[in-house]
Ligand binder design. Structure first.
Ligand code: WTA
Length: 657
């Protein structure tokens, strides 16, 4: 495990800019400082109160937290509820059916508006269709869709019948989709002919066909949305068009009340080994914390705000802050299918202006990209509707934070830097707008109800000013309930590093005020553009190519994407790899990784080397490779089995060709 405080610390220690909330903002804010003392007085009782306040229960719960089977928590376990009812129907019943739930903006400029009443009809139809396709309570459904309204509708339709969904990001390969379908034993796949990406129709259905041809699966049907109209291969009896089964279904459907601990979804994420982990979340606790954080961290006013989270539903941010949090709270939101620079680099700001977006939630990598494009681009649009800005996915460097506030927020809006993970389900550490004096670059304080800490190697809390590992001390409602089908791996990954503490995998420090600064991963997980990638997974993809004998992958710091994938490979002389030009090798192997995992995992750079630096026990010393990838002088190499290896690598890289 690498030094949790390596890199970036010096620069953060000297950050002393402060932004107190304006009195006007504080006066109207949902969150107040007394939330902290309330939660501290009795944490479970605080969460029980949130669960009763924010959700509608079919059977009210009496039990709050059961931690007797730790580290598997049970929250509100004797209560029953339905997630889709909470996200949709109850708003219609309360008379808000005409409120816009979704302003959909397609990449090509096509738009659709769905009110809560529209959404209720669409979700009911889809739930009826799922039933007709043989999906029942407890069955798993894989979703492989672009960010179109049908994606939200499908997730809610699954929730409505109690069928856990497993959304697979549309940028993942057929191989990745196949392994996720198999692991979750999905009965149905919901996909589209394609989606729009960078101005062109990009096919999705062929990846589903390819995935299902890889081997036996439990999939009975593929439900296909027509989005682009491109030609699509068809397997009769298996494939069905959305228009044929959903559009024709009845728009009345009784939601199934499930137990609070019924699984709501599985979402696969990269871990330190090659095999992605199926993180699963249940219903009552997850929805409680999704709604609570969305309301308080973003200061949501459902009647007047227009909220926009730019995440895709393929990531946890899209689950909690596009689908469940905002809809449970009755928000009006924007969803956008495409990329920020299609057809021009002002597209996002045009959307903010068009819909009068008031709350914007995005990732540091997007902010840094916009910085690179130049502030004259956002300056061409009216962004005065914005009142809260959020950041998520990776540490935000103070300069990007300052730019975000000044250029996008008009020097006026609070910024919430929100730390959380697929595993935590919802935001855990963040300033509260209207309460916290913000520090650029810091997520600062655990939310009321959350007990986060920074500890040293021996699990002792570090003093203010010290650095170590981020841990969570007490169970929280939206915590993962495990890794799908692998309880041991769950215990081992998160609960074995420090006895009784949840180990997040992030390095962190406490400043002189005790505020938390996140410093990035301490394990073999990389964070590229806010997306989690595993070094091991990419290494296995590389060595699955016949040219490659051995591979080592590191995350090297990158100005725009936070980290970038840099691969070191040893080629097999006998398999043709040795005869290729460096360019050939780069292109072929990059495409191979894209095919195995997905384009997001493509290495920025692939360096061919004769040897890899290894310890005497055979462990690759990635730290030294990171030095090379970041053009630093190579650090202490005395534990290498063969100390000349780094010289060889350096010489090889300096040599032409
Ligand atoms: C990183 C995304 C610093 C962190 C919601 C974490 C952050 C991983 C922040 C989880 C932040 C997320 N500051 N680092 N505000 N937010 N991270 O599962 O390393 O895709 O462990 O969830 O992203 O990524 P995941």
């Amino acid at each position: 495990m690498s030094d949790p405080t390596a890199g970036g610390l010096e620069n953060l220690l000297s950050e002393d800019r402060r932004f107190a909330p304006s009195p006007e903002f504080a006066a109207q804010a949902n969150a107040t400082a007394d939330l902290y003392s309330w939660a501290n007085a009795d944490r479970p009782a605080f969460w029980a109160e949130q669960a009763r306040e924010l959700l509608s229960w079919s059977t009210p719960f009496e039990q709050v937290l059961d931690w007797s089977d730790a580290p598997v928590a049970r929250w509100f376990a004797d209560g029953t509820l339905n997630a889709a009812y909470n996200a949709v129907d109850r708003h219609v019943e309360a008379g808000d059916g005409d409120r816009v739930a979704l302003h959909f903006e397609g990449e090509g400029g096509d738009t659709r508006t769905l009110t809560y009443a529209d959404l209720q009809r669409e979700v009911a139809k889809a739930a009826n269709a799922l039933g007709k396709l043989g999906v029942g309570t407890g069955d798993r459904v894989a979703i492989y869709l672009p960010l179109i309204p049908e994606a939200v509708v499908t997730m809610l339709a699954c929730a409505r019948i109690g069928a856990p969904h497993s959304v697979v990001f549309g940028g993942f390969s057929a191989e990745a989709l196949y392994s996720r379908i198999v692991d979750a034993e999905a009965k149905l796949v919901v996909t589209a002919d394609g989606g729009y990406r960078r101005g062109a129709a990009s096919a999705l259905k062929p990846a589903v066909d390819e995935a299902l041809a890889k081997g036996e699966t439990t999939v009975e049907h593929v439900l296909v949305v027509k989005r682009t109209g491109q030609d699509t291969d068809w397997t009769d009896g298996r494939d069905v068009w959305w228009a044929d089964v959903v559009d024709t279904a009845s728009d009345e459907h009784e939601p199934v009340a499930v137990e609070a601990e019924h699984p709501l979804f599985i979402l696969y994420t990269s871990g330190t080994t090659g095999k992605p982990k199926g993180i699963f979340h249940t219903t009552g606790g997850y929805l409680t914390q999704a709604a609570y954080t969305h309301l308080n961290v973003f200061d949501l006013k459902p009647e007047t705000d227009v909220y926009w989270c730019t995440a895709d539903i393929g990531w946890v941010t899209g689950h909690t802050y596009v689908v469940y949090g905002p809809l449970v709270n009755g928000a009006t939101q924007v969803i956008y299918e495409g990329t920020p620079d299609t057809p021009h680099r002002g597209r996002w700001w045009e959307i903010v202006q068009k819909y009068g977006v008031t709350i914007l939630y995005t990732a540091p990598t997007a902010i840094r990209t916009c910085m690179k494009w130049g502030e004259e681009i956002p300056a061409g649009f009216d962004l005065s509707s914005l009142r809260v800005l959020g950041s998520v996915g990776e540490p935000i460097n103070p300069e990007a934070w300052m730019w975000y506030r000044r250029v996008i927020g008009g020097d006026r809006t609070p910024i919430v830097d929100t730390w959380w993970q697929t595993e935590t389900g919802a935001i855990m550490i963040s300033p509260l707008p209207g309460v916290t004096e913000a520090k650029p670059g810091s997520a600062q304080v655990p939310l009321p109800g959350i007990a986060a800490d920074v500890v040293d190697d021996e699990a002792h809390p570090v003093p203010d000013g010290g650095g170590g590992y981020l841990v969570i001390r007490e169970p929280w409602p939206s915590m993962l309930r495990g890794i799908w089908g692998d309880l041991e791996r769950y215990k081992d990954t998160y609960w074995s590093r420090f006895d009784g503490l949840y180990f997040a995998g992030d390095g962190a420090k406490k400043d002189a005020d005790g505020d938390i600064w996140l410093l990035g991963r301490v394990d073999d997980v990389m964070n590229v553009s806010g997306h989690r990638l595993s070094t091991t997974e990419i290494e296995s993809a590389l060595v699955s190519h016949p040219w490659v004998a051995e591979a080592a992958v590191v995350g090297a710091s990158d100005e725009t994407t936070g980290q970038a994938v840099v691969a070191f490979v040893i080629l097999r002389g006998d398999a043709g790899g040795g005869d290729q030009s460096a360019d050939e090798v780069q292109t072929t192997l990059r495409n191979h990784v894209a095919k195995e995992i997905g384009p997001i995992a493509k290495p920025r750079q692939i360096l061919v080397v004769a040897e890899l630096p290894k310890t005497r026990s055979g462990k690759i010393m990635r730290r030294l490779l990171r030095d090379v990838a970041e053009h630093r002088e190579v650090g202490d190499a005395t534990t290498l089995a063969d100390s000349s290896v780094m010289d060889l690598i350096a010489q090889g890289l300096a040599a032409p060709g």
